[in-house]
Write a protein that binds this ligand. Structure first.
Ligand SMILES: [Zn+2]
Length: 152
């Protein structure tokens, strides 16, 4: 059985190396869909009887990931080396409460989806099988758990 739950966050980013308008500072209302797969709980009187996982517990885990790292932040990718002078100046100007440096190569929907999936798996284990990040109404990136290599 598979279940999903959706979350939203607002964030700014720029794609440092992109050859187009995405290299400029801009923002998105991101929609995240997390998918879990597992057996339905059958223990009588257990809090999650009839569920794969309590949606409230999914919300609790996901909200800490999103609220502490992504929501209303300027997202910066750590994995592309030292920040350019322009980026470093921008980060200094807004202050560290307003940006978040993520261990990804670029702040694309693909990389953010992979990072969220890894974080969700750390919080909820291997029940978490996929994550989709919608950057706009027409674009999204989905990653399945089997596509995440241990080294990434
Ligand atoms: Zn963008």
């Amino acid at each position: 059985m598979n279940i999903t739950k959706e979350f939203w966050f607002q964030a700014a980013h720029r794609l440092e190396t992109h050859d187009g308008p995405c290299s400029k500072l801009h923002g998105h209302g991101y929609r995240v869909v997390i998918e879990l797969e597992g057996d339905i709980e059958i223990r009588e009187n257990h809090y999650s009887l009839g569920m794969v996982k309590d949606y409230g517990r999914i919300s609790h885990a996901m909200k800490s990931i999103i609220d502490e790292n992504l929501d209303h932040r300027f997202l910066v990718a750590a994995g592309q080396g030292a920040p350019s002078l322009r980026l470093a100046n921008l980060m200094k100007a807004i202050g560290e409460e307003e940006y978040s440096v993520l261990p990804i190569k670029a702040t694309t929907a693909e990389e953010i989806a992979r990072w969220i999936l890894r974080m969700a798996q750390q919080e909820m284990g291997r029940l978490v099988v996929a994550c989709t990040v919608h950057e706009t109404n027409t674009t999204s990136a989905r990653i399945d758990g089997w596509q995440v290599k241990a080294s990434q």
